[in-house]
Design a protein around this ligand. Sequence first.
Ligand SMILES: [Ca+2]
Ligand SMILES: [Ca+2]
Ligand SMILES: [Ca+2]
Length: 208
Amino acid sequence: MVIVKTWLLVQTKRLRLRRYCLHVSVLLCTLATATTAAEDYVVHSFERQQLTDVYYSEGVNVGDINNDGKQDVVHGPYWFEGPKFEKKFEIYPAQAQPRQRYADSFFSWVYDFDGDGRRDVLAVGFPGTPAYVYQSPGPSGWDQPWEKYPIIDSVANESPHFVDLVGDEQPEVVCTNDGRVGYATINQSDPLSTWTFHAVSESIAPKR
Ligand SMILES: [Ca+2]
Ligand SMILES: [Ca+2]
Ligand SMILES: [Ca+2]
């Protein structure tokens, strides 16, 4: 009986010790987290620069259009030259959009589609409308509209993406087309002609 009592006492002490260790561990973890969190809190401040007061597009993107190593901004029909963003150049004839409606331009991405060393612009409009590549003319053509090439007949879904989905080091447009979820790949033999849409679902989504 004494042996049993002693064993129980030892086990109880062990249990208390474990609980104490657990409490200390939790406290240490909390302190460590608090220290890390304190170090992580850095206030990043930004300077606001308004590029335009006209509504041209739902979206904006960045990329080095003029190959000077500085990021430029693309907003609908315009690209703004970085790093000052005081000069803007037309990609296609600019038309102000009615503020009470969606714009005819939703997304733009900057990428050299034809491999000539100049980054072009892929533009996606209202869901269910075609996507176009605007071919960069280079510095001699900044004062004129860029050549426009339809590459996908319809891009839909609220937020299409332009990412390397299938791992071939080239991006694809991930979207819906005619209600089908899928992705469109760049036409390797002619990047400025029609791309191929690869459906991964039946027609299950809205067509716009
Ligand atoms: Ca640039
Ligand atoms: Ca190009
Ligand atoms: Ca890819």
